[in-house]
Design a binder for this molecule. Structure first.
Ligand code: FAE
Length: 539
């Protein structure tokens, strides 16, 4: 019996495996499949039941639920495992001292906020398979997490369920009752979502920046809302009290949090591994998926070293393949596979309806009597809600520089209607995205419905030194890529890819461009909904 040869290809074989596992367990032996799982990376020629491409939110949900249903799962992740400390004793570096661990295969950092007082702050770093990818397309830089845990490694942990009245525009083909009664609560509970203690919020210096944000929002009559997060709020209070090692209170964010944040490694992935049925191959990148005999799929995987070179190419077969490489990763793979003839029957919706969740950043220059504090937690806890009236939801974000900046900083999520498309570029052998920088103008206009009013009320102005020399808007990037293999268009209403039984999309690629709030709770809840249906009907 070979590694992971525990597919769904026949009841009799499954029964045989189950029997073999049971007998071995009774006899106190390790089965070959168990031994292979313990041994690590996927072997060339392996046959796996379920292969998941990527270990972010969608992939982790699928892995846990498939494993709980008795299916052996192999997760392929192009980034590192992020489970071993570096020479400084820490797994991740800080935003103030980025080193090789910070960026995915770059020789210079590319900080989202790349200027301060008008001076560039990026610095040279050794090329390494770091945790944050700043992936550049023609008109936009898309930030993504790389490693076991995907975006959960680098993100701010803001865990927001969209308002129910906005859900029909987020996922029009999904029944809101099942989402709000079952799958959003399930996602929030599994992710460990919580909110800041209101009394601590009022008193701690670490959230002075948010209290200033609240004062300005409320004086202009905007609703100010607390935003839940997966950061452990009790841990943060211990950091402030000096009884726990600082993470959010030590400038850690973007390049990973060493403590405090309940990333997927600590939630879904930990529970998935505990089933004994899930193996993960880090530093492995899927390049091709194509039909094999018997309704299975051939998957080609490149093993990488930490400078990004391909050291080995492996070919495996899988009964089922789950695309969970993130909106950009999944879209790029599917567009390439359709165009190059590996999966020619994928439908014409592949690569379409991609959006940036309307992300745009800006800062405001406060008066000297409104300091935002030299101590700032890296974890945002509140926002300004002007979605219904102005199309913008603005997070009051920290600017944790360690000095007083008198700046209020915001990441706005806006109702930007523009959608881009991925396409195969045969001459470069790469996938392009046709987003234009000018397509951010609606986002800027919507964010201005909040900040023009606040500036006018407070007698303040926009900061012009954070994104370049005399540049107000951070309109060059997104943290929230969504779409490219949209639910009920590129797939059926549960993520089954049209034309290929056994191929599924389970990540942010399913969501058509905007979630009205930060996206990972919706990605998780949708994955919970879809995998439940897939397990019930397809397996
Ligand atoms: P994702 O988490 O991106 O996982 C995809 C995984 O697939 C990654 O680990 C990739 O390395 C891997 N991969 C890609 N291609 C391949 C391949 N060919 N072979 C093998 N592996 C591959 O996907 N969202 C919130 O809701 N709240 C926040 O506070 C928040 N803050 C953010 C801050 C930053 C700086 C960033 C970058 C993002 C933030 N997000 C936030 C967005 C959130 O992290 C993102 O929507 C989710 O991580 C997307 O989940 P997916 O499962 O779609």
């Amino acid at each position: 019996m070979s590694d992971n040869n525990t597919g769904f290809s026949g009841i009799s074989r499954r029964g045989f495996i189950a029997g073999a596992v049971g007998a071995a367990a009774l006899a106190g032996h390790t089965t070959p499949a168990q031994a292979a799982r313990a041994a690590g990376p996927i072997a060339n020629g392996a046959q796996v039941a379920a292969l998941i491409i990527g270990t972010g939110y969608g992939g982790s949900v699928a892995a846990l639920r498939l494993a709980q249903a008795g299916v052996d799962v192999h997760m392929i992740e192009m980034g590192m495992a992020w489970d071993t400390p570096g020479s400084d004793g820490k797994i991740f570096c800080t935003t103030t001292a980025p080193d090789n661990r910070s960026y995915w295969l770059r020789t210079r950092t590319k900080a989202p906020l790349n200027y301060f007082l008008g001076f560039p702050i990026d610095r040279d770093i050794p090329k390494y398979t770091g945790v944050l990818d700043a992936e550049e397309f023609g008109g936009i830089t898309v930030y993504q997490g790389r490693g076991v845990g995907g975006g959960s490694l680098v993100n701010g942990g803001m865990a927001v369920t969209p308002k129910r009245e906005n859900f029909a525009t987020v996922l029009p083909s999904v029944n809101p009752d099942e989402m709000y009664n079952t799958f959003y609560p399930r996602a929030n509970s599994e992710l460990g979502v919580g909110t800041i203690d209101p009394a601590w919020f009022e008193s701690t210096p670490w959230y002075q920046f948010s209290r200033v944000g609240r004062k300005h929002a409320q004086r202009s009559n905007f609703p100010f809302v607390f935003v839940p997060d997966v950061y452990d709020w009790n841990y943060m209070q211990q950091e402030a009290a000096g009884t726990a090692t600082k993470s959010a209170l030590a400038g850690e964010i973007l390049y990973g949090n060493n403590f405090g944040k309940k990333s997927l490694q600590r939630t879904y992935i930990a529970r998935a591994k505990a089933t004994g049925r899930v193996t993960i191959s880090p530093l492995h990148r899927v390049t091709t998926v194509s039909p094999a005999s018997g309704g299975r799929y051939t998957v080609v995987i490149e093993q990488l070293n930490t400078t990004g070179d391909v050291t080995t190419t492996k070919t495996v077969t899988a009964d089922r393949v789950f695309f969970a490489a993130g909106s950009v990763g999944t879209s790029k793979l599917l567009v390439k596979l359709k165009a190059t003839g590996a999966l020619p029957n994928l439908n014409g919706e592949i690569g379409k309806s991609w959006g940036d969740n309307g992300n745009v950043m800006c800062g405001r220059a406060n008066h000297l009597w409104d300091p935002t504090g030299s101590q700032q937690s890296t974890i945002p806890c509140a926002g300004i809600d002007n979605w219904a009236a102005g199309g913008a939801f603005a997070e009051v974000a920290p600017l944790p520089t360690g000095i007083e900046t008198f700046a209020s900083f915001y990441l706005s999520i806006t109702k930007n209607p523009n959608r881009a498309q991925f396409s195969w570029n045969a001459s470069t052998g790469k996938v392009d995205l046709n987003w234009q920088t000018a397509w951010k103008q609606p986002s800027i206009d919507m964010a201005k419905t909040i900040f023009d009013k606040i500036n006018s009320k407070e007698g303040t102005i926009y900061r012009t030194d954070l994104f370049g020399v005399y540049k107000i808007w951070g309109d060059h990037l997104t943290y929230h890529p969504l779409g490219g293999a949209v639910l009920n268009k590129a797939t059926d209403n549960y993520g089954r890819l049209a034309g290929y039984p056994g191929l599924y999309v389970v990540d942010g690629a399913l969501i058509p461009g905007n979630t009205s709030v930060n996206p990972f709770v919706t990605i998780t809840a949708l994955a919970e909904r879809n995998i439940e249906k897939i397990i019930a009907t397809d397996l």
